[in-house]
Design a protein around this ligand. Structure first.
Ligand code: PLP
Length: 386
């Protein structure tokens, strides 16, 4: 089966699947062997070489979803990110990163790169020009994330890819928040796409995994480092992830719908000061989002009006759970100032625009009216106590 002539949901359900020749079962068999014969075969199969039957099967599916040639599946999003960065950066090289990136990625750069004499700069503005200013003669990689966490800012993927190509710089995007349902950066000229598969690809808050998609050539370069770092995913979890991705298109479509409806409802609510969602026409980069996204995703953020306590609000919610992670079928919410961005100083949070009353909402697949009622009920409760 080739990805050329089939659509997204068919790729999700079928592409790469292993035929059960023995019993004709409906789903891919799972091969847990860590030991394979090597006589008479030209590949040495071993889970840490990313080439077991299940790893290769799922790799084909994820590559097809992101319109790339090949992919590798990792034990976590951070394993995918760290391995890829170290595959393209060596002593004396320089990387430009977007300032608003996932906290774990920022920690990796801030805590590890100096030890390896790799230079880095953060681009403060959300425009391609802001990145251009930071490029130096030894810049080898540009790293972006759009929509960003937690304020859902949008950067023009095509513009970034263009300035990088002109200077022979590799571009890497963390496409976790959009998922391949909503955004395929390779079509806009990005070289390498990374996912924390823990989020939308897994989608049920029960799998830790990562994935990288690119050309055969880049994937081979990443593999040469990956086999040394040893970050591959166990075959049982690979199989779980294959199962999860079958419903990726359906899940994210419902999350897109719910998030847009909720964003509009919150925007019109008297108790809400601000809503951040790229699908709203009031979002500063709505036009860029429309150009590069097919749907606007399941993540949104909002601020309660002055005087309404965000942490009491969270406790009054019944359906929407407080949770650090995101992108599951269940709706979850967190306060960045108290959790994901708590280690930043008040001043740094201020620079990034993260207010104390900000709430990051990962919208699930529940009925949108139930989510609206849950929020309305919690707002009424806190106003009584305020
Ligand atoms: C969660 C996340 C990661 C890290 O992935 P893990 O699977 O937790 O290692 C990277 N980027 C983004 C945007 C994430 O949300």
């Amino acid at each position: 089966m080739s990805s050329k002539n089939i659509g997204f949901n068919t790729i999700c359900t079928h592409l790469g699947e292993i035929k059960d020749q023995q019993f004709k079962g409906a789903v891919s068999p799972i091969y847990m062997s860590t030991s394979y014969a090597f006589e008479d075969v030209d590949i040495k199969r071993y889970p840490r070489y990313f080439n077991t039957p299940n790893q290769e099967a799922l790799g084909k599916k994820i590559a097809a979803l992101e319109k790339g040639e090949a992919s590798l599946i990792f034990g976590s999003g951070m394993a995918a990110i760290s391995t890829t960065l170290f595959a393209f950066l060596k002593k004396g090289d320089h990387i430009v990163l977007q300032r608003a990136i996932y906290g774990g990625t920022a920690n990796l750069v801030n805590e590890e790169f100096e030890k390896h004499n790799i230079e880095f700069s953060y681009a403060d503005t959300q425009t391609a020009e802001g990145f251009l200013e930071k490029i130096k003669p030894n810049t080898k990689v540009i790293y972006i994330e759009t929509p960003s966490n937690p304020l859902l800012s949008i950067i023009d993927i095509e513009a970034i890819a263009k300035i990088a190509k002109e200077k022979n710089i590799i571009t890497i995007i963390d496409n976790t928040f959009a998922s391949p349902v909503n955004q395929n950066p390779i079509l806009f000229g990005i070289d390498i796409v990374i996912h924390s598969a823990t989020k939308y690809l897994g989608g049920h808050s029960d799998i830790l995994a990562g994935a990288v998609v690119s050309s055969e050539k880049n994937i081979d370069q990443i593999f040469q480092v990956a086999k040394n770092f040893g970050g591959s995913l166990s075959d049982f979890t690979v199989w779980m992830l294959e199962r999860s991705i079958k419903t990726l298109g359906l899940r994210v479509k419902q999350q897109n719908y719910n998030a847009l409806e909720l964003a509009k409802w919150l925007k019109n609510h008297d108790d809400i000061a601000e809503v951040y969602y790229p699908g709203l026409s009031s979002h500063p980069n709505h036009e860029i989002a429309k150009k590069q996204m097919k749907g606007f995703g399941g993540m949104l953020s909002f601020e309660l009006k002055e005087g309404l306590d965000a942490s009491i609000f969270q406790k009054e919610l019944n359906i929407i759970k407080s949770s650090m992670s995101l992108a599951g079928v269940e709706s979850t919410i967190l306060s960045p100032a108290l959790t994901s961005h708590a280690l930043l100083s008040q001043e740094e949070r201020h620079i990034q625009g993260i207010k104390d009353g900000l709430l990051r909402f990962s919208v699930g697949i529940e009925e949108k009216d139930d989510l609206i009622n849950d929020i309305q009920h919690a707002l009424e409760k806190i106003k009584v106590t305020a």
